[in-house]
Design a protein around this ligand. Structure first.
Ligand code: PLP
Length: 354
């Protein structure tokens, strides 16, 4: 039976990518060797890393603008501390828009003063804080573009002269933004750009070198940049599959084309949530994420029936995060519109039956 995969991460990737990725395990580039058994210093793999780095900048429109792309390990969670290690001398401003932002704040506090300039914790992160100012005397401003767990997404970013750092783990490559407004972007691959195991970090080089502390080599962005993201053995397979996914995205027409698809999917689902009396969203409408839609039933008594119906329809991964409950439909780039139609059909069937 065809599956419709709404998993929040690790998540759906294009079928074409799975095919090519599995072929590369058996025989990479007709070399008679598996991609898993060749040296990361071999030309075959160095080419993969170089293309992955340059394609990520190309897709974001950041070529020749002073940015460097890295594929590091340790997940987005490692970036919570690496950012502060490399950039926080005295004080940084953070926007607290969700669980991941809170975790980033916790790590940064180990390195200096953290000023939380805005927070939506008062309403369990169901909206994006908006009326806040970024002080001019901070080392950087940190925000989370998409709150994977709560289903909210920043539509606007503050204008500020200080460096802007953004955790884009769950909406990287999903929508057009002026990425040159950001000085450091990071994203764990497993949400929208590849399998788990690698994290894309894009850094405007001129923001580095401002802190006085000594930085261990593995934590130092400059070291990784100096070694072309090969200071130590990278997560070769995760980088390779991320590259295949980025090539796929480019073939689709890049971010502009995928954003149109993503908007269509989100609109289809949110309009059903809005018109079907059995469902309600729990986030502020203007802040709704086009990647992760959160919602719940208006009558708890329908839970067993609804759960059985979507599972019978081949839908996977629709349960909400354990800290929020309800349902979460993650509609990443590779999820086809047809899968959203299947979910919407199940929701309207429930209304007809109930
Ligand atoms: C999943 C997620 C993280 C954590 O990613 P790891 O790679 O598991 O460390 C951080 N930020 C956001 C926005 C996420 O969605």
């Amino acid at each position: 039976m065809k599956k419709h995969n709404y998993s929040a991460g690790p998540c759906i990737l294009p079928q074409e990518v799975f095919k090519e990725a599995s072929q590369a395990i058996l025989d990479y580039n007709n070399s008679g060797l598996s991609i898993l058994e060749i040296s990361h210093r071999s030309k075959d793999f160095v080419d993969v890393m170089e293309e992955a780095r340059s394609l990520s900048l190309e897709l974001l429109g950041l070529e020749n603008k002073g940015y460097k792309a890295l594929f590091l390990q340790g997940g987005a969670s490692m970036q919570f501390l690496m950012v502060a290690y490399n950039l926080l001398e005295k004080k940084a401003a953070y926007l607290n828009s969700g669980t991941w932002a809170s975790k980033a704040i916790k790590e940064a506090k180990l390195f200096g003063e953290v000023q939380v300039v805005g927070s939506s914790e008062d309403k369990n992160f169901s909206y994006i804080p908006k009326k806040y100012d970024v002080p001019g005397d901070v080392d950087y401003f940190h925000c989370t573009s998409n709150n994977t767990i709560f289903g909210t997404q920043m539509k606007k970013f503050p204008k500020t002269a200080v460096p802007v750092v953004c955790d884009m783990s769950s909406d990287i490559f999903s929508r057009q933004l002026d990425f040159s407004k950001f000085d450091l972007i990071y994203a764990g691959a497993q949400k929208n750009m590849g399998p788990a195991g690698t994290t894309l970090v894009i850094i405007k080089e001129d923001i580095l070198g401002e802190v006085s502390r000594k930085i261990p080599s593995m934590m130092d962005y400059k070291v990784h940049i100096g070694k072309d993201s090969m200071f130590n053995t990278p997560a070769v397979y995760a980088v390779y599959v991320s590259l295949l996914t980025m090539r796929w995205l480019k073939e689709q027409g890049g971010i502009k084309a995928i954003e149109e698809q993503n908007e269509k999917k989100a609109q289809l689902l949110y309009s059903e949530i809005d018109i079907n009396p059995l469902f309600k969203g729990f986030t502020a409408k203007e802040d709704r994420s086009i990647m992760n839609a959160t919602f719940n039933l208006t009558k708890d008594s329908l839970k067993d029936e609804f759960d059985k119906m979507w599972k019978d329809a081949g839908i996977n991964g629709l349960n909400g995060h354990r800290s929020v409950g309800g349902y979460r439909a993650s509609m990443y780039n590779a999820l086809p519109l047809e899968s959203v139609q299947i979910l919407v059909d199940v929701m309207s069937d429930l209304e007809r039956k109930a």
